[in-house]
Every structure is written in C-alpha cells, then in structure tokens.
Design a protein around this ligand. Structure first.
Ligand code: F6R
Length: 619
C-alpha cells in the first residue's frame, strides 16, 4: 500500500520536485517507511532519488535534482511486499530503464507474472509487486507493438488486486499515465499544470478543481492533450466529472499545535458542531438527515442492521448498536469487516448494512459492503472523507463533517461518528414511534449541548491530564474499564494508548474483570475506569472496590462533584454530566489527551506511530 503525488507541469524541474516532495509530506500520514521522487531531467533522462525512511530523509537527498522537467512523481510507502529499504522504495524502473512507476495497492497475482517475466529474461531489483507491473508494461510494449498508454492498459487487464498507479516513459516526455482499481486517485486541474495524488491535499493550494478517477478507469495526462479518461477493460471513452474541492490549506496544516493529533483533539467542539450543523434543529424539534430522508421506511422496516467497520470505527459501531437498539428498537449486529467478509454471513434484502469509515477507503470495510450489496442488503455509509470509495459505493449515507483527520490515531472522526450515530438512532426512534416526543426533545437538547461540554472538558482537564501523564511514562500495561455505553469507550481508550505510546493496553467491560483480567492487577497496574453518574454507577463502585482491594492504581473519569469513586481513586478526571448515551463522546476526550501526552513523554512520533498508516487500503 503506497501513496503518491505526481505532477505534469510546465515549470522548471526543481520547482516540480519541490511540489512533489512537499505533496508527499501532506500524504505521509498514510504511509511513511520509505520515499522516492523521479523527474524528467535533461535529454529525456530520468532523475531518481529514493530512500528508506521518511520524506524528511528524501528531502535531504533530493536537493540536487537538476534539469528542466515537465513531469515528476514521488511516493511515500507503507510496506506490503518486501521490507522498507532503499531498493524496495518507489518509484520502480522497468528493465530497460525507460518506464517508471509508483503504485498504491497490492498486485495479488504478481508472483505468477514475475515467474513468467523471469522466464523471458527479466530481472528484479526489489521484492515488490510494483516492479513486476512496470516490467509487465515493458514486456507488452516489447512484444505487442503497441504504444505506451495501450501497453499500460493491456498490463492492467492482466493483473488483479488493488492499485492506483502513475507511470512515466522516457520516450514520452510530458506524459503521465494513471489508472485505478480499489485505491483512490485524484487528479487536480491547474491553470497550466495537472496534479495526481491519492487525495487532494497535496495540490489544494494550486487548484480547487479535481477529478476523482473511478474504479476501472485510466487516464493519460499531458499539457498538450489535457486529460483523457478511458475504461481499462475496453478503452471506451469516459466523460469526467470535474468537482470543486472544499478542502482548504488551513484544514490540513497544524495551526500552531505541536502535532496534528493535539490539533484534532482540540477541534472537537467544532467538528461535532459541524457534524450536527443543519441536521439537528432543536428549535424546530427535528433532526434532518438528507441521507436517510428517502429511506426512512426502509430503515424502520429493516429486520436487522449490521454495522461493519474496523478499529476505532468499529468501536463507534458498538456504541451505535447500543444507541439504535435503545432508541429505535431495531436489532443491530456489529462486525469486524475483515471477519464478516470471509465468514459467509447470512444477509438478506431486509438487512441494512452500515459501513463506518473515517477514510472511506479501508479495504476490509469496502469488501464487506461489496459482499453485502451482492446479497441484496441496502448499504448506508458513514464516512468522513468526502467522495471516498465507500461513500460512493453506498446506496445512501451521511458524512461526518469532522474535516481532514491527519493524525494516524483517530480522535475527532470518532466523536463525529458517535454524533452521526446518535442523530440516526434518535431520528429512527422518533420516526418509528419508539421514542416519545418528550424523550426525543430532551435527548436532542442534550446532544446540542455536547460541543459546549467538550469545550469545557478540554479546558478543565487538559493541564491536569498532561501533568498526570508523566507518572505513566514507564508503565508497561494499562487496563481500561467501562460499562454499558462506556465499555466501547474503554476499548477505544485502550486502542489510543497502545497505538501511539506502544504500551500494552486492554479494554474490558468492568464486570468482566473478575473473569480473568483481575489476575493482572497489582500495585503497578494503572486502571482507567470510566464511571459517569448515569450508567451503572453502583456496579462500578463495586468494581473499583475490587481493584483497590488488590492495590491497583485507579484513574477515574467521573462527573463533577462525584464522591464515591473519586474517594477510592489515585487520579480523578472530572467531566460534565450528560445523558448516558452521549457520555462516551465526553469521556473520550481525556482518554485521548492521556494517550497523547504519555506518547509525547515517551518520545514517540505521535502523528506517525510505527507500523501504522492512516488509511488501510490493503486487506
Ligand atoms: C485508530 C485508527 C484505526 C482506524 C481503522 C479504520 O486510531 O485510526 O483503527 O479506525 O484503521 O479506519 P477507517 O475508519 O478509515 O475505516
């Protein structure tokens, strides 16, 4: 899985490579174990620099790129085939040195093709599937007497898997050939230049016009002929739809914060408000959701809702289950997308499948909804990235308008997902009569107050949590406990900590503790316990007593003015009170801050934790 921006432009090479390398910095959150750049140098030569490591390492070795270039492309990688190393970094060249490729995705039948190419005398300098594809393109050109774009098309018809590729040819200066299947690819249209990237962030300061290439399409891009899009399968012409980008530069920069993650934590009052804007109309006593307007009856007649997602989005899905079952009384099942797609699930046309995904590109979630659609289910997508693959594949959906989330650890997208799921559950409950008007009004008034409560919790807990985080820098394990709605919040708190600080952490339903994890508790074990007043408080008091009896170190998240749990806790984080069903939104904030500062004090790269990537477009 790899990411690339590329550029066709009329300027000098050094500017081109700067644009490409700066663009890579914007995409680095999606993969960052090696990076490379290639430009057309003088005399139709390629100038190629690539290295294991981050884009910063590439910057230091690519300063001396020279020549006049019209085309350049670069890549930042998250290794799939072959360890991160200089030789496995992209771009890759064909054996004759004439064709260069960058690739995001996996070519699943690369092994068979590689064997065939080796028999034909090809050699390979890397362990990647990508190098197989570029040599297949050369082989097609050598043997079939077709031009460069046609050879790319023929080769793409021979591979299966997922790809977004950009290809250059030495004998075709000023031309880029791109194609996609499964992995995203956006083309930016500048005044006298074109841009290609996995998303629009690398070129948003140069143009607001973009085309999102559809699956199974390829394009040739040159200043001479502009953009020509065709279907890979039969070369039929495709008329592109040019879209106006809503993304702004400010949204994708750090705005004075040390890390994107901290910026995104602090953005939550606004991102939650943006997610509710125009939908939650308290004065009118309604929830308006365009995405379900035409399908309300479909939802209320659904025999079952299945939520599919991965990671943090799966945790949001678990809370979605509680919300929808409580308020709309529709049975809900929540599935890891990766398990669902491979276990031959029973799905009927009376099912609604909700896919939750920040990126809208997660391969497992995408595959799960493809399977569900094939079997007749109606697909509802909850995505953050506008025009992402999952949002486009869904029959209907609702965007979480959280804005770009760049820190690898999901924060504001999670609380925006909870906001959408709350709106959905309340809307459905009101529509199908399971929620009385009085309760509906009470709950929407509560929900409306959440952004302000998040503002308060950020202001009142940040410094305290930042300070207490110092005491846990050397911890090697953590337990997170919660009950009811806050059990998934505990899972999410644990995931946040482990993914960015590399401290082992587990989330558990508080009552399950005595069935196993209690054996782990001693004076060295920090236990985060989410204990708002509304939500099985008395039971949690007993759980805390059990922990204290074993000398565990209790960090409690309680409502302001709490006495019982606070009295037994070593650290007390106070959050404002809200309805139980919205309490995970509020409780998640200090958990995010805690994970963030523990990771910062451990000297970890918070925005780019090891081995992770923001959008997981491989299985
Ligand atoms: C955790 C995290 C991941 C993602 C997961 C799904 O902080 O970010 O666990 O939640 O990879 O990604 P999306 O939501 O893009 O489908």
């Amino acid at each position: 899985y790899e990411i690339m921006p590329s550029l066709v432009g009329s300027e000098m090479c050094i500017r081109d490579s700067d644009i490409v390398v700066n663009g890579l910095k914007r995409l680095e959150y999606r993969g960052y174990d090696s990076a490379g750049v290639i430009v057309e140098g003088g005399d139709n030569n390629f100038e190629l620099k690539k290295t294991k490591g981050k884009v910063a390492d590439l910057v230091s070795i690519s300063k001396d790129l020279e020549g006049t270039a019209h085309v350049g492309m670069g890549h930042t990688r998250w290794a799939t085939h072959g360890v991160p190393s200089d030789r496995n970094s992209h771009p890759h060249l064909s054996n004759n040195g004439k064709i260069a490729i960058i690739h995001n995705g996996i070519i699943e039948n690369y092994d068979t093709i590689k064997t065939m190419l080796i028999e034909k005398g090809f050699t390979f300098a890397s362990d990647t599937d990508t190098e197989v594809l570029v040599n297949l393109i050369q082989y097609v050109m050598d043997t079939q007497n077709v031009d460069f774009p046609t050879a790319v098309r023929y080769a793409l018809n021979e591979v299966y898997g997922a790809y977004a590729i950009t290809v250059m040819h030495k004998d075709h200066p000023g031309l880029l050939v791109v194609g996609r299947l499964g992995s995203p690819l956006a083309i930016g249209i500048g005044e006298d230049e074109y841009f290609v990237a996995s998303d629009a962030s690398p070129f948003v300061e140069f143009t607001k016009e973009a085309i999102y290439l559809e699956d199974g399409h390829m394009a040739t891009i040159s200043l001479e002929k502009g953009i020509e899009i065709r279907a890979i399968v039969d070369n039929s012409v495709v008329i592109p739809e040019v879209q106006e980008l809503k993304l702004s530069l400010e949204q994708i920069e750090k705005g004075g914060y040390e890390h994107f993650m901290l910026k995104e934590i602090f953005e939550q009052p606004k991102s939650i408000h943006d997610t509710m804007r125009g939908r939650l109309l308290v004065d009118e006593g309604i929830i308006k959701m365009a995405g379900i307007w035409d399908y309300l009856d479909k939802f209320t007649k659904a025999e079952r809702i299945i939520i599919v997602a991965c990671g943090t989005s799966w945790h949001a899905g678990l809370i979605g289950e509680y919300l929808i079952e409580e308020f709309a009384r529709i049975p809900v099942e929540v599935e890891y997308a990766s398990e669902f797609r491979y276990r031959n699930p029973i799905i009927t046309n009376k099912d609604i499948v909700i896919a939750i995904s920040q990126s809208g590109e997660t391969a497992d979630t995408m595959a799960a909804i493809k399977l569900a659609k094939e079997r007749g289910a109606f697909i509802f997508g909850i995505c953050n990235v506008v025009d992402s693959s999952i949002s486009r594949f869904s029959d209907a959906g609702a965007y979480t308008h959280a804005g770009p989330e760049i820190g690898v650890a999901s924060t504001k997208a999670f609380t925006a997902q909870l906001t959408i799921l709350s709106l959905l559950a309340l809307k459905l409950g009101k529509h199908n009569g399971n929620l009385s008007n009085v309760d509906f009004m009470r709950l929407i008034t509560e929900l409306d107050a959440i952004p302000k409560k998040i503002e308060d919790v950020l202001a009142s807990t940040h410094d305290y949590v930042k300070n207490m985080a110092k005491d846990f820098v050397s911890a090697s394990n953590f337990l997170y406990l919660g009950r009811g709605y806050n059990f998934p919040a505990a899972l999410e708190g644990a995931l946040k900590l482990k993914e960015i600080s590399y401290i082992h952490a587990e989330g558990y339903p508080a009552a399950e503790m005595k069935h196993g994890p209690i054996a782990l508790i001693d004076e060295n074990m920090p236990i985060v316990i989410i204990a708002p007043r509304k939500g099985h408080y008395d039971k949690i008091v007993s759980n805390v007593q059990e922990i204290k009896a074993r000398k565990g170190k209790v960090i409690s998240i309680v409502n302001k003015g709490d006495e019982q749990v606070s009295a037994m806790s070593d650290y007390v984080i106070e959050i404002p009170e809200t309805s139980e069903c919205f309490s995970p939104i509020v409780a998640s904030i200090p958990l995010q801050i805690l994970a963030y500062y523990i990771a910062v004090y451990r000297g970890v790269n918070v925005d780019q934790p090891r081995n992770l990537a923001k959008s997981v477009t491989v299985e």
